[in-house]
Design a protein. Structure first.
Length: 298
């Protein structure tokens, strides 16, 4: 039903907002260079050392502006998602103020298709403004859909538990940590990204290990179930690329993977580290919980 599809599409905004690391294939040793580099380190060891510094610097920055584009295959067709806003991780959890626009064959028929949707992320929940048409039907007069992370984990099982963990604990530094955890990182060159000189690093992660690397609080059973879900969707490996500037800050990340329903390709840019971010939950009078908007709920 349309109500359920709206709920599921809005839930996908969590992953599409560029706040999580999820998404190709390639690997190998570092290109070029001598067998040893600065301080007697090999190119691979030097890449790890530089990424460790980038993780620390990005973590300490505590906030940034975010701009992302993602395309993902779904059973209904491809969905393209554009995200823009600001992100804060100074309090340990993640908060954000975003505008998200979804379109493509997989989003056709939804009242939100092609329309910018304001989205707010607190430490306990995500809120998405689904517009006037939603408010006049499934929203019961209310524009904002609330996704309480605990409720989402209950409803969606292992994937919901991953979303909860990612949203409450994630920040851009975890994309760098993901590469480090893979043990297969390499420096592939230097490039200019949005006017900044950067070093480009790349690595490949096995899907079987992806959730375990990303998640802090999932149980072994939840991790196993989530890994099975990803395998059933045809995902085997994910390619992660990051670009680090001269201040040891992450300025771009790209994640790519192929699954049964098509490819996932996500690119996110980070800028203006240290920017002020203020996020408030929408008024309760204009908010409906996602579980109350599902079919069969009065």
């Amino acid at each position: 039903m349309r109500q359920a599809r709206i709920a599921l599409t809005a839930a996908a905004v969590v992953m599409a907002a560029g706040l999580t690391a999820c998404g190709g294939s390639s690997g190998g040793s570092d290109k070029g260079g001598d067998s040893a580099d600065k301080g007697g380190l090999s190119p691979a060891q030097l890449a790890i050392t530089e990424l460790q510094q980038a993780s620390k610097s990005t973590e300490k920055a505590e906030s940034a502006k975010v701009e992302g584009d993602q395309t993902q295959g779904t059973p209904q067709g491809e969905v393209s998602t554009k995200t823009e806003g600001s992100l804060d991780w100074s309090g340990g959890g993640t908060t954000a103020e975003m505008t998200v626009t979804q379109q493509g064959s997989g989003a056709n028929g939804l009242p939100t298709s092609g329309k910018p949707m304001p989205a707010r992320y607190t430490e306990d929940a995500m809120y998405v403004n689904l517009g006037d048409q939603f408010a006049s039907t499934a929203g019961k007069g209310k524009h904002w859909m609330k996704y309480d992370y605990d409720k989402l984990a209950e409803q969606a099982g292992p994937s919901g538990a991953l979303i909860k963990d990612q949203m409450q604990n994630n920040n851009p530094a975890r994309s760098v940590d993901l590469l480090l955890a893979s043990g297969k990182v390499k420096k592939v060159g230097s490039e200019t990204v949005k006017g900044k000189k950067t070093d480009h690093y790349s690595g490949t992660i096995e899907v079987a290990e992806l959730a375990r690397m990303q998640s802090k609080k999932l149980s072994d059973k939840e991790l196993e179930q989530l890994s099975d879900q990803l395998k059933q969707q045809g995902f085997k490996t994910e390619k992660v690329d990051v670009w680090i500037d001269g201040e040891h800050l992450l300025v771009k990340k790209q994640e790519r993977a192929k699954g049964t329903n098509g490819a996932l390709d996500s690119t996110v840019f980070y800028s203006d580290y240290g920017t002020d971010v203020s996020v408030e939950a929408p008024a309760g009078s204009d908010t409906v919980a996602f579980e109350d908007a599902l079919p069969g709920r009065s």
